[in-house]
Write a protein that binds this ligand. Sequence first.
Ligand code: ZN
Ligand code: ZN
Length: 578
Amino acid sequence: MKKRLHLLILSLLIVSAAFAQYTSSANSQFMSYKKEFMERFWKINPDWATNSGYHKYDSILPVPNVQQRSKELVFYKKELKKLSTFPYDKLSDLNKIDYKILENELQKYIWQLEVLKEFEWNPSYFNAGGTFSYILSENYSPIKKRLSDFYIRLKNVPAYYEAAKATIKNPSKEHLQLAIEQNEGSLSIFENDYIDSVKLMHFSKEKEATYLKRGQKAVAAIKSYIQFLKEYQTDSARSFRLGSDLYADKFRYDIQSQFTVDEIYKAAVDRKQYLHQEMFKLSAQLWPKYFNNTPMSTDSLAVIKKVIDTISVQHVKPEDFQAEIEKQLPELTAFVAKKDLIYMDPDKPLKVRKEPAYMAGVAGASMSSPGPYEKNGTAYYNVGTLEGWEPERAESYLREYNKYVLQILNIHEAIPGHYVQLVYSNKSPSIIKAVFGNGAMIEGWAVYSELMMLENGYGNNEPEMWLMYYKWNLRATCNTILDIGVHTKNMSKEDAMDLLSRQAFQQKAEAEGKWNRVQLTSVQLCSYFTGFYEIIQLRETYKKSKASAFNVKHFNEDFLGFGSSPVKYIRQILVPGY
Ligand code: ZN
Ligand code: ZN
């Protein structure tokens, strides 16, 4: 009897050892697949490779024609098939996330090529400038090598823009205009920056002339594309609105939320209502401080607006905008350390710089963080300049980014928002998560970090700070209502402006800018609120699961430890069974 039992245990041990071996071989095979996949992926996406800090294909500019697109389609379908041969259930938690992320990416590219076809209707899809500028301005290898890659890469620019012209079909007039502006913005890279760099090399006269000539041909190609766009005639321009079907697909692939478009729309509308209530309470509390005995209006939104407008006049001078941002960053770092909110690597520096020309047109301040292959690269905080702005426009912008909101912007973009998250993401051992970061998780983290700082006493719980925070959070919330409304519910410009100006208290310049942006992009504006909403819910559940052992630093570090994964997958690991 005893012996039989012993044998049984032994055979169980053998079985489980074999199982473990099978499991670990599935994982190690999957690890090598990921590595090999990335090699193949970069080869077919050299632009993306360069911008991710993988510099093997810097000299290659693919011509975006029909042949190139069918090559890509075949590639993605083949990879999807390969991926499906891995036993998902045998993979580790982290590999399961990578599997899901990869599967989603591949399905997304196939959908983009077969269904969305943005290259046909969005002419700003074609703009060679960004990567060329990156090669010239990022100091990842000696200028001689970078300039040589730049020169080889230049050769395809005329063919690139010819393919663009042949691809465009019935674009929306909004995307047409954007493409003109962005390609005009790219000209200076070839007309100025490249020429300056070539001259500094002190090449032989002949070599210099060859280099410059190729630059001139690129300039001519871009100008010809701009001319083509300016002269583009169509009787039935496509609407800039994406429509419900494409929108639902795009939301699923880009946001990767546990919620549907309808659920997120409803959550945003509820959040807006909650914020209005809280803002009214604070405004009523602040009223006597700013208006003494003046009677309050019976319209609660009008009361909030009057208080906000009064507080908003506290702002920096246009010429001090960038300096003020630079001054605040060390203060935010000190607060995070003092309150022990999250570990920050002191060896990863952050620098503020004027927004490069090729970025202009869509956003006001943004982070450029070192990519997954640039462990020692510099993180840049890009700030749009107010130089040359009409005084009225500058004043409107500065009231929007007043004394309080500018601090929240810095929390969001830099510390402990995007900058800190991206440093964690780059430390993540998974190349898949580092490269195919989930935008909703990334934006959601930045939006969550604002609330987290205020909850922990940033701004000394001043009602003005909370009121401005709520206004800022209302912006992320209304971004979602706006985006879904405009692209799937035919929201008019008039209704959009009412939402942004009257209900979200935005200055005219801000609201106009947002209206421009929602015409040119879709789904991306939902990432802020959706990610925020999912992270707050996850933190609540995490809190319950840890009970008295809960600590916000642990949550923050645990959460960021999975790299830029969709929140729904982090949730499955952090709070299994909840
Ligand atoms: Zn002013
Ligand atoms: Zn952001």
